[in-house]
Design a protein around this ligand. Structure first.
Ligand code: KG4
Ligand code: ZN
Length: 375
């Protein structure tokens, strides 16, 4: 039976929220203060990466990730609270990623948060990881709603119209692989190391982006969906046909990164048109990029230029808030708590959890899985 919470939220002063993140291969905890006027101050932000544990396998192994989260989460949480300089009693709410993600990890973080919330007698906020990414620019920028969001990570590629807390309209999403997945698989084909995105970027710096002719999937189509599977296959073929020298590696990395950037810019450009149709022409529009792939310097530069051409303001979070972190989860938790949106201690861990559930249910871009729409 649902366990409804009877706690009232503290709306008249600042809110202190502890956030936990464990949906992929980062175990993270953060304490954040949100003032009534929406200003935020990060009091601590701890991220423990599991890269070392997954490196031998060239990708994230769910079982290893879940066990690593279990081993680390207590110490990371205690450290985040200690570094905040505040006693446990001053925390007003505990937020944790409740999905989407690797279920073993999600359960670990969510159960920790439930235990703490119950022991401290504080509200629980079950946060959608994607909402964390979507709100991440608000950690450091005065980024008011509405905005057009390009969310590109290891598991997701979406274009969303963000009109307020909890109101996200999907303008486009991937029909197959996520952008980060394409970077990771390209790195794997050439054996560049793990995680793949930063390695591809490093090799691309020394290569010729026009050396190899690669496709730009969906380019020119009048919708804002992505597809990266064809590009991934083209990379594998080009690598097979190459002499596998360091020059070949650098050229293929650079050509791939250029193809990814141009493809994403074309999709964003389409989404800008769709977004403009939905918002008032006179409003200054804003483009925000978030998720791990937002760390890519060529993509950031391209988006900045595109935004300028289309008279959109452009916001990209600092690199440390692009990848998975708990500060964004604490922020989403604080914004929800301030709005009185809290969850029961029976909140479920969800492997799939679309941000725009109406659109996903109607037209899932990557099909239906056993547990509902995949994206
Ligand atoms: O947001 P994130 O940390 O985790 C997910 O929620 O998926 O994103 C991780 C993804 C990985 O695929 C990684 O290779 C990619 O972001 N990534 C990059 C760069 N840094 C991380 N991709 C391209 N260029 C980068 N510099
Ligand atoms: Zn993420």
């Amino acid at each position: 039976m649902a366990h409804a919470l009877k706690m009232t939220t503290k709306q008249d002063g600042p809110l202190i929220v502890l956030g936990l993140e464990s949906s992929c291969d980062e175990t993270a905890a953060s304490v954040l203060r949100r003032d009534k006027d929406g200003r935020v101050e990060l009091l601590s932000n701890i991220v423990a990466s599991q890269d070392e544990e997954h490196r031998p396998f060239g990708g994230v192994v769910p079982e290893i990730a879940a066990r690593a989260h279990m081993r680390k989460i207590e110490a990371i949480t205690a450290k985040a609270v200690r570094e905040s300089g505040l006693p446990w009693e001053q925390i007003d709410g505990i937020a944790a990623t409740a999905g989407p993600g690797l279920i073993g990890g999600v359960i670990t973080g969510l159960m920790s948060a439930k235990g703490l919330a119950m022991a401290l007698g504080k509200p629980l906020i079950a946060v959608n990881h994607l909402e964390g990414h979507a709100l991440s620019p608000r950690l450091t920028e005065d980024c008011a709603f509405p905005y057009l969001l390009l969310l590109v990570s290891g598991g997701h590629s979406q274009l969303l119209s963000v009109t307020g807390l909890g109101t996200y309209t999907r303008l486009g999403s991937t029909v197959d692989d996520a952008a980060g997945e394409a970077f990771d698989k390209t790195a794997k084909v050439m054996d560049l190391g793990f995680p793949g995105g930063p390695q591809v970027q490093k090799w691309a710096e020394r290569g010729n982006p026009e050396a190899i002719n690669l496709p730009r999937p969906m380019k020119g189509r009048d919708h804002a969906d992505f597809s990266f599977a064809g590009l991934k296959t083209a990379v594998a073929r080009a690598w097979e046909a190459s002499d596998k020298s360091d020059t070949a590696k650098a050229d293929l990395a650079a050509s791939f990164q250029r193809a990814m950037t141009e493809t994403m810019l074309d999709r964003v450009s389409q989404a800008m048109t769709l977004y403009r149709r939905k918002t008032s022409e006179t409003d200054q529009a804003r483009l925000v990029v978030a998720g791990g792939v937002a760390a890519n310097t060529e993509l950031r530069a391209g988006l900045k230029q595109l935004a300028e051409n289309r008279t959109f303001d452009f916001i990209a979070p600092p690199l440390k808030f692009c990848g998975d972190n708990a500060a964004m989860i604490a922020l989403a938790g604080a914004e929800r708590l301030a709005a009185g949106l809290i969850d029961g201690y029976d909140a479920p861990a969800r492997p799939r959890w679309p941000l725009d559930s109406a659109a996903a249910a109607k037209a899932p871009k990557s099909g239906f899985g056993k547990k509902g729409p995949k994206s």
